[in-house]
Design a protein around this ligand. Structure first.
Ligand code: FEO
Length: 394
């Protein structure tokens, strides 16, 4: 896509990565992504805000040449991760006068990750401003969305907030602004779940910090821009501040159908009691979908067979991820079957110390489930429904 003018002198100069399917060698990208970089031409100074993934550096340098950018005064690095910073060395080579503007923390990260010399940096304090002549940039430190180095850049008179990963979505599109709110809501929630959710308390603080900022456009570093910012601000407030909902997430594995039978029984019993269940067979699940479901669930029930005397390795992997993502869950339980023995419950509960949950009595049975086992699952469904009701999860 060619550069697009957002307001007079302000351009989108990023790259759309339609075909990327994995981020950090971990996160599925079903809809690709974009690396949004922005150029601002002031009456006296020219600034580039963030760069692009190094695989796309020719796209960015081509945009700058196309816009006849002969000189660059500043290169704002809102965040040090390489999908935004990886092309900084190439830009500094092309524009030898340009200074990198960043938080002190980001400077430290960039000198280590990209070996950028210290004398190419200007560090800025929270709320510090830089004049471009007829335009002014204000820098808002926003640590832990999602690295400790992050800042947001606010173009004051134009009321544009360049928010880097904050409010982003992995979504390749030709649309400069959000056109399909349902689609972007899903992509932004998935993105929040995968990288922002572990830092929920910091997300809350940073939402508070910008709440009095007059914003006409939010310009994130991934996905389309928001010309109706309230849409994404409200979504973030819900995800970060709201109590969990009347939802059970049920990731499971079954090897010989015993655990599957138990899962089917529990799901039916919960549904009969008005509890929403999101069930994921981990042999076919997109982990992003599982992460997204944890954003507003009150309870997780893990279904696993016992293999090698413990939980199935795919379940252990999912438990490790859930523990790292720190969702706002309140209750957890374990169901499943074993053939001859093992320590599935002990091992699994030991893997989730970050989840501040009340553990509800597990239902782990020998062999195929029998009448008493189905009754125990019914009791578990009763307990979950009652707990959700007592806490007013709706
Ligand atoms: Fe899009 Fe944290 O990088």
């Amino acid at each position: 896509m060619k550069p697009r003018e957002i307001k007079p002198g302000v351009f989108w100069v990023g790259a759309v990565d339609w075909d990327r399917r994995l981020f950090d060698a971990l996160i599925p990208l079903p809809d690709g992504t974009s690396y949004n970089s922005y150029l601002i031409k002031g009456s006296e100074k020219t600034v580039l805000i963030d760069t692009v993934d190094p695989t796309m550096e020719e796209v960015l340098t081509g945009h700058l040449s196309g816009l006849e950018v002969k000189d660059l005064d500043y290169l704002v690095a809102n965040h040090g991760e390489q999908d935004h910073s990886g092309t900084i060395p190439r830009i500094l080579e092309k524009y030898p006068r340009a200074k990198v503007v960043s938080t002190p923390k980001c400077k430290g990260i960039l000198t280590e990750l990209l070996l950028i010399p210290e004398d190419r940096f200007i560090t800025v304090d929270d709320k510090e401003t830089i004049s471009l002549g007829d335009k002014t940039l204000e820098f808002i430190h926003a640590p832990w969305v999602h690295w400790p180095d992050t800042m947001l850049t606010y173009l004051k008179d134009e009321k544009i907030l360049f928010s880097c990963d904050f409010f982003g979505s992995h979504l390749a599109t030709t649309d400069l602004y959000v056109t399909d709110e349902g689609l972007v809501y899903e992509a932004a929630k998935r993105y929040y779940a995968e990288i922002m959710m572990p830092f929920r308390a910091n997300i809350q603080k940073n939402l508070e910090k910008i709440k009095d900022c007059a914003i006409e456009i939010i310009a994130p570093s991934h996905g389309p821009m928001y010309d109706k910012p309230e849409f994404i601000l409200e979504a973030y407030r819900n995800w970060a501040f709201d109590e969990p909902k009347n939802i059970v997430v049920l990731p499971y594995i079954s090897m010989h159908d015993s655990t599957r039978k138990m899962v089917e029984c529990l799901v039916e019993a919960l549904a009969e009691r008005g509890v929403t269940v999101k069930q994921f067979d981990l042999t076919v699940t997109d982990l992003g979908k599982l992460a997204m479901s944890l954003v507003d669930a009150a309870t997780v029930v893990i279904g696993t067979p016992t293999v090698l005397a413990g939980p199935h390795p795919n379940i252990a992997y999912a438990a490790f991820l859930a523990n790292a993502l720190r969702p706002n869950l309140k209750f957890a339980s374990i169901i499943g079957s074993y053939g001859w023995g093992g320590q599935t419950v002990e091992q699994l509960t030991g893997m989730i110390p970050n989840l501040k949950v009340e553990l509800l009595d597990p239902v782990v049975v020998k062999g195929f489930p029998k009448e008493d086992d189905f009754k125990a699952l019914d009791n578990l469904a009763n307990t979950i429904a009652r707990k959700h009701k007592e806490h007013n999860f709706i």
